[in-house]
Design a protein around this ligand. Sequence first.
Ligand code: ADP
Ligand code: ASP
Ligand code: MG
Length: 470
Amino acid sequence: MLIVMKFGGTSVGSAERIAQAAELALKSANEGHQVIVVTSAMSGITNQLIAAAESAAKGHWQPEIGAGLYERHQSVAEELLKDDDAKREAALKLIGQRLDQFDKLCFGLSMVHELTPRLLDSISGTGERLAAPLLAGAIASKGGRSESVEATELIITNDQFGVAEPLMDKTRESSQRRLRPLIDDGVIPVVTGFIGATEDGVITTLGRGGSDYSASIIAAAMDADEVWIWTDVNGVMTANPNEVPEARTMREISYSEASELAYYGAKVLHYKTILPAFKQNIPVRILNSFNPGDPGTRVTVQGHPSSRGVKAVTSIRNVSLVTISGKGMQGIPGIASKTFAAVAAEKANILMISQASSENNLCFVVNSSESQRVVRALKSALELDLMQGHIEDISSDDSIAVVAAVGDRMKGTPGIAGKVFAAMGSAGVNVIAISQGSSERNFSLIVGEHDAAEADRSIHRAFELEKPAQ
Ligand code: ADP
Ligand code: ASP
Ligand code: MG
């Protein structure tokens, strides 16, 4: 079996964690499987890199940041590879070169004061390039054969810097060419997550948390048999365990449930991870590297045959509600189409749409980082309607959250909306708007951001999600 294993930031967050990740990869290899490892940056590193870039763009070049990053990786290398001078020096040489490049980019930025998405990708993608040689070294020091591989050689993407999309045919070709000989020879490649490159070789990133997506892209490109996402919880849970303490791990969920949960904020999986695996029917497991004996969650076509409607609840923050309102909107055709064309032209992603039945109001949710841009674009696209008074106001509210109840079997199960509203009523949570996708796998509410955690807990309680599914 060919397994693509991805280790998240906390799973490679220290020398001890990297040693454990190496053990897990070797265990599968020793059981006779071919293994490709995808690694995240060590925990906290990507945030530091981005902060350094932002500060450099304001004119503050801080060479001590690069030095600090070197020290953290160096001390890990010294601990992991203390008995192998050659391997340690080789890993440290790569790490030094990559940090040197990071430092030069920051220096340049502090001169030009302009942080383009393209430059940010080159900087923020450095963390994975520092971690991969350490994990490959750790596997080798435990007797395996391993080589670190840069995903810029494998994942060919478009040039949407910051949210790049793979060009699958090209990615398949380069991944097969580069990785197949290695795995056929018993080598465990350790691939940098999060990054790819354009056809011209310019580094891109797949979006924050994107190493999960890297793993499923590589799995699809390599026709893998399974994708294993090693993280720091026992799998996909019925809610965010930080918000809902009684949340429980679900043993089996469907591809669509996993996608909906990830899309609506369950950080355990990057929201694009499922699609490449789903297209090729590759099972995905979510496993705990801190508790590898636990069976985790398996993502499959049919999911668990639980009789339940709602299986899990999730919420997404840092989103904004854009509202277009006006009594004169009623009966004026084309406002919705002009609106969505303008949003699409801004390449902003709409997470949910809701229209009041009176037609006096059209509202939708976008990421907060995009809301100002979207409002500006709408004011210009709907200028005439504003002037003529059909539309009175276009505004955005950044203090909201979307809470979503998710489950394949919600379809056709009566009474879910009633139960959700009753739960919101008794928790005293004000519901600003609602939406149900036509798939009926998701019922979502817009609530004030300060109410989101309470809304999650109330829905979890109302549907008794803490009780194991039968
Ligand atoms: P990694 O670094 O391994 O990629 P992440 O921090 O990205 O890990 O994702 C794992 C975290 O996701 C968990 O520690 C947990 O706090 C959070 N999380 C949010 N919602 C859920 C959920 N429904 N199930 C499991 N974990 C969740
Ligand atoms: N290191 C990247 C991030 O922090 C990608 C990932 O961890 O999945 O966003
Ligand atoms: Mg993650």
